[in-house]
Design a protein around this ligand. Structure first.
Ligand code: FAD
Length: 370
């Protein structure tokens, strides 16, 4: 039985956001901006957010040339340019909202490893298409400087993206939590939305932890549950995709500044605290990785370890310390879904592999839609 205090102060809200990742946090913060007096609650089923936002690699990236080329199979050039612009503006909004220091942002630039020769026509094509987004050409051929990098002999070319950077994912999520607290947003962790029902006057929500099952009420409800949205809305085009990340033990004098990609953006690596953080390669076993279950795919892990020793830094004695996985959401194209499902309910999901870039604006957009 609820206490008088619980009934009168703790279970009724103007907005409930489900999902405590990047998108849910920005949705709650934006709603606060527009509604200074609103009662806002954010429900997260994990003790820590348990999807992608605390598991990612922290690349503030916008698409390497081979990835953009592949994207053109699923959208036209105008749509691709618009999506790239949204990613770029998303990073700018993220940085402006939380400050570079608090999210550990570093403008280290991005680099794509090329295994044949750099296609200068293709490079010129994407520079031409994207210079309006970045204010100048983002890509340049850096192959003449390849010797300065520790890569293996398979790597024949290098393309620089002048505007990419990295964030420290842990610092970023910590900064977001702090901001939610400062803005008086009630953040419930270990609290899973298990059921909801919309009536003419409100939405009833059943929220469960290991010890309790409570009924909340809210005027509005927004799902920022990315890959897990399919549980509530199976009609939406959302397919889960598990991603693997490995981190090596620290190595002395390891100097590698940048965010690095190869194989159409499926593979990536960076240096952090004298370690290499590498991941991806989902394309090697897509059917097994189409899952919302966390876990390590041995086949992918083994290939990543081989890449570490043959492509990334053969001269260093790198050993993997540990690995983890996170769950992303994909669809027929890379556009996120930001949609009202009814008068009181909205969804913001399907952030793909570049939600660090898109997340802030997607959260903002869905809150403004309400
Ligand atoms: C391994 C990996 C590496 C990545 N690397 C990068 C990168 O370098 N750069 C980049 O831009 N993007 C990257 N991404 C993608 C990026 O992290 C995501 O697109 C982004 O974090 C999605 O944010 P979100 O808030 O939509 O979803 P999530 O972070 O998944 O948040 C959804 C939350 O909803 C919660 N939830 C689900 N169901 C319920 C429920 N019923 N009740 C309560 N809570 C619920 C989940 O626990 C979860 O915390 C990566 C992703 C992964 C997995």
């Amino acid at each position: 039985m609820l206490s008088y205090w619980e009934k009168s102060s703790l279970i009724e809200y103007d907005l409930v956001v489900v999902g405590g990742g990047l998108v849910g946090s920005f949705a709650a913060l934006t709603y606060r901006k527009h509604h200074p007096e609103a009662r806002i609650a954010l429900l997260e089923r994990g003790v820590l957010p348990n999807g992608a936002s605390t598991k990612n690699a922290g690349f503030a990236c916008f698409g390497s040339i081979s990835e953009l080329q592949e994207d053109l199979n699923d959208c036209n050039l105008d749509e691709l340019v618009a999506l790239t612009e949204k990613r770029f503006k998303g990073i700018e909004y993220l940085r402006a909202s939380l400050t570079d220091t608090s999210i550990g942002y570093e403008a280290v630039k991005g680099y794509e490893l090329v295994f044949k020769t750099v296609d200068s026509d293709q490079l010129a094509f994407f520079n031409d298409a994207l210079s309006s987004v970045f204010g100048k050409n983002p890509f340049s051929d850096l192959t003449p400087s390849l010797e300065a990098y520790p890569f293996g002999s398979k790597v024949k070319g290098l393309i620089e993206h002048a505007f990419e950077g990295t964030v420290h994912t842990g610092m970023l999520m910590k900064a977001l939590h702090q901001k939610l607290q400062e803005e008086g947003i009630s953040y419930f962790t270990g609290s899973e939305l298990v059921e909801f029902e919309e009536t003419a006057s409100a939405v009833s929500l059943w929220v469960a932890s290991s010890k309790q099952r409570l009924q909340f009420k809210s005027h509005q409800l927004v799902f920022c549950t990315n890959a897990f949205t399919q549980y509530f809305f199976p009609e939406l085009d959302i397919t889960p995709g598990r991603g693997l990340v490995l981190v090596t033990h620290p190595v002395k004098n390891l100097k590698l500044s940048g965010s690095f990609h190869y194989h159409s953006g499926y593979n990536y690596f960076r240096c952090i605290d004298n370690r290499i953080l590498l991941g991806g390669a989902r394309h090697l076993d897509k059917s097994s990785e189409t899952t919302t279950t966390f876990g390590v795919n041995e086949k992918i892990q083994n290939q990543l370890i081989e890449d570490l020793h043959t492509i990334i830094a053969p001269e260093y004695k790198l050993e993997v310390d540990y690995s983890w996985s996170g769950i992303m959401a994909f669809g027929k194209n890379k556009q996120p879904i930001i949609r009202k499902m009814s008068d009181r309910i909205a969804v913001a999901a399907r952030l793909g592999g570049m939600g660090v870039a898109l997340g802030s604006l997607v959260g903002k957009e869905v809150a403004e839609l309400l």
